[in-house]
Every structure is written in C-alpha cells, then in structure tokens.
Ligand binder design. Structure first.
Ligand code: ACO
Length: 331
C-alpha cells in the first residue's frame, strides 16, 4: 500500500436505478385505509417504485453502480472499495457489497455493507472520503440501496405509504487541487432505538411462529416522534457544520435532504431562512428510499441541472438509531 496521506477527494460520477413498477397513492387506497389527499398533505409523496418479486437490493445497487462508473469513464477493475449503505440487504450475510463486487467485476475491490438507518449514505460517504484522504484507497464506490417493500407491513398505513425501493451511487476518488469534501459530521443517539426498528428475526427476537404472527419482522416507526426529533436536531446541526467549513448558510448552492417528508425539508429550511427552491426534492416520485434517497436526489439534481459543477451542496440525512449526519461537498 502506497500511503498518499491527505489526498484530495473528488466526486467522479453518480448513478441511480429504480424498479419500473410505479405504485401511486390511489393504488394504496385499495390496500389500506388511507387517501391520496392525506399522503400528499402529510408527506408530499405521490408515488413510489416497488421492486417486482425476484428483484433484489443487489440488482438495483449493481445497476446504479455501473451508471456511476460509466459517467466517470472508470472501469470496475479500477475500484479499490465498495461500501453499500442498506437496511434491506438481500440476506443479512453475505452483504450486498460483495454481491455487487462480483456482479460488476470489481476484481480488486474490497466490499462491505454499512447499516446506519437512512443516514447510511452520509456515514458511507464520510468513511469513503476518509479512506481516500488517508491513502488507503484511490477510488471508492459508495452505494445506497433498498428494497424496503419486502420489510414493510402492507397492512400498516402508518408505514407502508411512506417507503419506496431504489438505489443510488456516487464514485469518489483521488483528485487534484482542492478537496471536494468541505465538512462532514455524523451523530447517533442509541437511547432512541425504538423510534424506528425492525425487531424480529435475529438475536433479540429469533424467528418463531409467534414473532411472525406479531409482525415483528416488519419495520416499526414512531413517525411523529421521529418528526419532532429531526426538526429539533437538524437546524442547529447544519448551521454548525457550515460554520466549521467557514461558510455562511446562504453560500450553500443546493440542499439535498433525506427524502422522508416534504414538511421536514420545508420546516428545516424555514428555520434556517433558506428559500425552498434551493432544495432538490424528488420524494413525490420515489417516497422514502432510506439509505438510497440522498443519492437519488443528488443524481437527479445534477442530471436536471439543479446542481452544477462547482456548486457547494449540503447532503443531510437522519434515520434509525437514531442517527443523523451531513456532508458539504463541492461538485
Ligand atoms: N392515511 C391516513 N391516516 C393516517 C395514515 C395514513 N397513511 N397514517 C397515519 N394516519 C393517521 C394516524 O393514525 C393519526 O390518526 P389519529 O389522530 O386518529 O390517531 C393521524 O393520521 C396523525 O398521525 P401522526 O403520526 O401524528 O401524523 P404525522 O403528521 O406525524 O405524519 C408521518 C406521520 C408522515 C409518518 C410523519 O410523522 C413523518 O414523516 N415522520 C418522519 C418519518 C421519518 O423521517 N423517518 C426517518 C427515516 S425512516 C428510516 O430510517 C428507515
């Protein structure tokens, strides 16, 4: 290993992949006691993509990975590391990372999964950039990928209307000149472990007929508690992160939040006195895709011209743990 300490990190390319099947709010009215009006008013979500049977998290992750590599004209053999943020791996082990590594032919890369709720995207980006700066790796593919539709309870209107399936990827590598990562920080408060959890099927509650009958193998969420927590912690946190980077909040060109709820994005930006049009929002099309959502919004924001070369972008996420984190990156 040739250590090249404090190598500058750059974003080389992005990609995304979502299932073709669209499920609208009207479709959900047929399944649970809900309405298009409630879902749109309370969350902003209009539709989501749902994987077909047999379509796996690793399938979406590999497709997003190849798109990011193609965008950067980098071949899979050049990769040193693959980190996949996911809460819905194909199997608990082996992870999605090694499956993607083999599928795309990244013959020289290490590969693993990272599980930090929806914040997995920021944790993975931070670890990837730290590894590049330290000289461990030259090119790292960071992926967020989820097929949450297999682990949500389609009888529970509190959760099933919120989530969607998809994968996004960002390729980070050694650059020249200035480091693109201007600041990054992650937090956790494990005392709030019951805010969002999937309790059953493992060590705490091994799978039994009873755990299945009780639905412990599905996502449980105290949505309103999460909502209040996020609105409390995120505004001061991102304000501090900007200060750390020596930036005024108004110098951030685009805000890419975890796409959980339009009211959260609006509320946080209002508190920070930032106009809403600085946010990239695509949750109306995809719902909450957990660890994938920031990658999907970053990719679409760049593809649609809302984010341009040279822009300073704030990536912000929060989720099970409770975890939260943010990164300011120059595109
Ligand atoms: N359709 C109709 N009514 C509903 C639905 C639905 N789909 N879901 C809940 N309701 C009802 C509730 O039963 C409740 O009825 P009641 O007053 O008769 O008891 C009422 O609507 C209000 O429920 P609240 O939970 O208070 O609604 P709230 O305004 O908080 O919105 C929501 C719920 C959308 C879940 C919101 O709290 C939220 O977005 N929370 C944050 C979620 C989040 O960010 N998660 C983070 C990441 S997820 C991860 O890490 C995997």
């Amino acid at each position: 290993m040739n250590f090249n300490r404090c190598a500058p990190v750059v974003l080389l390319g992005t990609g995304m992949s979502v299932p073709t099947r669209v499920v609208t709010n009207r479709d959900l009215e047929e399944i649970v006691d809900t309405s298009d009006q409630w879902i749109v008013e309370r969350t902003g979500i209009r539709e989501r993509r749902i994987a077909s049977m047999g379509e796996l998290t690793s399938d979406l992750a590999a497709a997003a990975a190849m798109q990011a590599l193609d965008a950067a004209s980098v071949s899979p053999e050049e990769l040193d590391m693959i980190i996949v943020g996911t809460n819905s791996p194909d199997r608990l082990f082996p992870g999605v990372g090694p499956i993607v590594q083999a599928r795309i032919g990244a013959s020289k890369a290490g590969a693993c999964d990272l599980q930090a709720g929806c914040t997995g995207c920021v944790y993975a980006l931070m670890l990837a950039s730290a590894g590049i700066r330290a000289g461990f790796w030259k090119k790292v593919l960071v992926i967020g990928a989820e097929v949450l539709s297999r682990i949500v309870d389609w009888k529970d209107r509190n959760t099933c209307v919120l989530f969607g399936d998809g994968a996004g990827a960002a390729l980070l590598g050694v650059g020249e000149g200035e480091d693109a990562v201007l600041a990054a920080e992650v937090h956790a408060d494990g005392s709030l472990d019951d805010y969002i959890e999937l309790p059953g099927g493992l060590v705490a509650h091994p799978a039994t007929v009873e755990t299945v009958e009780q639905g412990l193998h599905f996502v449980k969420m105290k949505g309103n508690e999460v909502f209040k927590y996020v609105n409390k912690v995120i505004p001061p946190f991102v304000r501090d992160l900007c200060s750390q980077a020596g930036l005024d909040l108004r110098e951030i060109d685009a805000w890419v939040f975890h796409q959980a709820n339009h009211r959260i994005i609006e509320g946080v930006l209002r508190r920070l006195e930032i106009p809403l049009d600085k946010a990239v929002v695509n949750l109306q099309k995809y719902g909450n895709t957990s660890a994938a959502s920031v990658f999907l919004a970053l990719h679409e924001g760049m593809a649609e011209g809302k984010i341009s070369k040279g822009d300073k972008v704030m990536l912000v996420s929060f989720g099970a743990g409770m975890t939260y984190g943010a990164m300011i990156i120059r595109i």
